[in-house]
Design a protein around this ligand. Structure first.
Ligand SMILES: Cc1cc2nc3c(=O)[nH]c(=O)nc-3n(C[C@H](O)[C@H](O)[C@H](O)COP(=O)(O)OP(=O)(O)OC[C@H]3O[C@@H](n4cnc5c(N)ncnc54)[C@H](O)[C@@H]3O)c2cc1C
Length: 347
C-alpha cells in the first residue's frame, strides 16, 4: 500500500504558491487512481498553519509540519533534516514535491540517504493496471519517456507549469508537528538576502499568458538601409509593459551581445528559447523578426497557439511551425499594436 507524501513550503507571506498546488493536484490524482493509498501533506517553514488551512479540504488525511525560524529559509542541511523527519513520521513510500529551486536542491540528497530514488522534471504521473508511471521529456524536449520504478521510497519532482493547480478549499487543518534536532552544523549556510531585478526589468514571466519572442531581425538593416535598434528597444519594451508578456529571444539575438554589437540591453541568455535555451509553457506565443529555424522552434513545443511576424514568406515559421504567419514588417505591426493597447485593448 502506497503512502503518498506531498511536500510544500509556504511563501514569505504564508501562502502556498502555484507550483505547490500543482504538485498537490498531481498527488491527489495519483491517490484517487491508486486503490488503498494514503495521501498526507508535509509542510516546512517558519509557520505553516495558514498554508495548511488554505488546503484543509484536500483529500489528504494528515498534515505534518516542521516549523521555526531555522526552517524559514531555503538551506540544504535544515531542509533535508526536516524532509527526512516528516518522511519517517509519515512512513511514506512516495514523495511528490514541486520542482522549485528549494526542493530540487534537497530531494535527490534525501532520496540517497533513505536508499530511495529521485526523478526530476516530471510532467505527468499516471496509474495503469495498478502500476505507477511518470513521464518526462528528454533530448531537449524532443522525446517523451514514461517510466516505472519498483524501488521505494520514490521521490518525484513535478515541473511547475505541467499540472493544474489544486483548488482544494480552505478550512482548519490539524497539523501534527514533527520535532527536528538542529545544531550549529546545520546552520553553517545562511541566506543573506534576495537580489532580484526590479519588477519592470523582470522580463521572464512564467505565468504570463503570452510569450513574446524577439529575433535578430530587430537589429538588422531595414528597407532604408539603416538599423533601428533604439526604435526596436522602445517598441519591444512598450509592448512588454502593456501586454505583461514574457520575453523570449532567438539565440542569434542574445549572442550579439557577446560579439560586442549594439544590442538590446534587457536581453540575456536566460531569455533564449530553443534547443540550447528554454522550453517555456505559455498559452500563446508571438514571434517577431525571427526566422523560425528548428533549433529555435523546438523550444516552442509547449506553446499552445503560435503566431509569427516575419518579412520572409519562406521562413521556417511558414513550414508548419506556426498557426498564423504574418508576412509583414514587425516594426510597423508592433507599433500599431502598441497604439491599440494604449487605447485600452488587450492581447
Ligand atoms: C547546435 C545548435 C543549437 C542552437 N540552439 C538554438 C536555440 O536554443 N535557440 C535559438 O533561437 N537558436 C538556436 N540555434 C541557432 C538557430 O539555428 C538560428 O541560427 C537562430 O535561431 C536564428 O535566429 P533569428 O531567426 O533571430 O535570426 P535570423 O536567422 O537572422 O533571422 C532574422 C529574421 O528576421 C526577419 N526580419 C528582419 N527584419 C524584419 C522586420 N522588420 N519585420 C519582420 N521580420 C524581419 C528576417 O526576414 C529573418 O527571417 C542553434 C543552432 C545550433 C547549430
Amino acid at each position: 500500500m502506497e503512502t503518498i507524501l506531498v511536500l510544500a513550503h509556504p511563501e514569505t507571506d504564508g501562502t502556498l504558491a502555484k507550483p505547490a498546488r500543482e504538485a498537490l493536484h498531481a498527488a491527489a490524482a495519483l491517490h484517487k487512481s491508486l486503490a488503498g493509498s494514503n495521501l498526507v501533506v508535509g509542510l516546512i517553514g517558519e509557520n505553516v498553519q495558514p498554508a495548511a488551512n488554505s488546503i484543509a479540504a484536500s483529500p489528504a488525511t494528515k498534515y505534518f509540519g516542521v516549523t521555526g525560524t531555522d526552517f524559514s529559509q531555503s538551506r540544504y542541511a535544515t531542509d533535508a533534516a526536516a524532509v527526512e523527519a516528516i518522511f519517517q513520521t509519515a512512513q511514506a513510500t512516495l514523495v511528490v514535491a514541486p520542482a522549485t529551486s528549494r526542493w530540487a536542491r534537497v530531494l535527490p540528497g534525501v532520496a540517497q540517504r533513505l536508499g530511495g530514488r529521485a526523478d526530476t522534471h516530471v510532467t505527468g504521473v499516471a496509474v495503469t493496471d495498478g502500476k505507477i508511471s511518470i513521464s518526462r521529456w528528454y533530448y531537449r524536449q524532443r522525446m517523451e519517456g514514461a517510466l516505472t520504478r519498483t524501488q521505494r521510497p520514490w521521490f518525484i519532482g513535478i515541473d511547475p507549469g505541467s499540472h493544474t493547480p489544486c483548488d482544494c478549499g480552505a478550512g482548519t487543518a490539524a497539523v501534527q508537528m514533527v520535532p527536528v534536532a538542529i545544531s550549529d552544523s546545520h546552520r553553517r549556510t545562511t541566506v543573506a538576502g534576495l537580489r532580484e531585478p526590479k519588477a519592470d526589468a523582470q522580463t521572464i514571466r512564467p505565468d504570463a499568458q503570452l510569450l513574446f519572442v524577439t529575433g535578430a531581425g530587430w537589429t538588422k538593416k531595414q528597407t532604408d538601409g539603416q538599423t533601428h535598434v533604439p526604435e526596436a528597444e522602445k517598441l519591444i519594451l512598450g509592448f512588454l509593459k502593456k501586454s505583461r508578456a514574457s520575453l523570449g529571444s532567438s539565440k542569434s539575438l542574445v549572442d550579439l551581445s557577446g560579439e560586442g554589437q549594439t544590442v538590446l540591453p534587457f536581453l540575456s541568455h536566460l531569455n533564449q528559447i530553443g534547443q540550447t535555451g528554454a522550453t517555456p509553457r505559455h498559452a500563446k506565443g508571438l514571434s517577431t523578426c525571427c526566422h523560425g529555424e528548428e533549433p529555435h522552434t523546438v523550444g516552442w513545443r509547449f506553446i499552445g497557439e503560435r503566431r509569427a511576424i516575419s518579412l520572409d514568406p519562406a521562413c521556417g515559421w511558414a513550414r508548419g511551425k506556426t498557426d498564423i504567419l504574418y508576412v509583414a514588417d514587425a516594426f510597423a505591426v508592433i507599433s500599431k499594436v502598441n497604439e491599440l493597447l494604449s487605447e485600452g485593448g488587450n492581447t
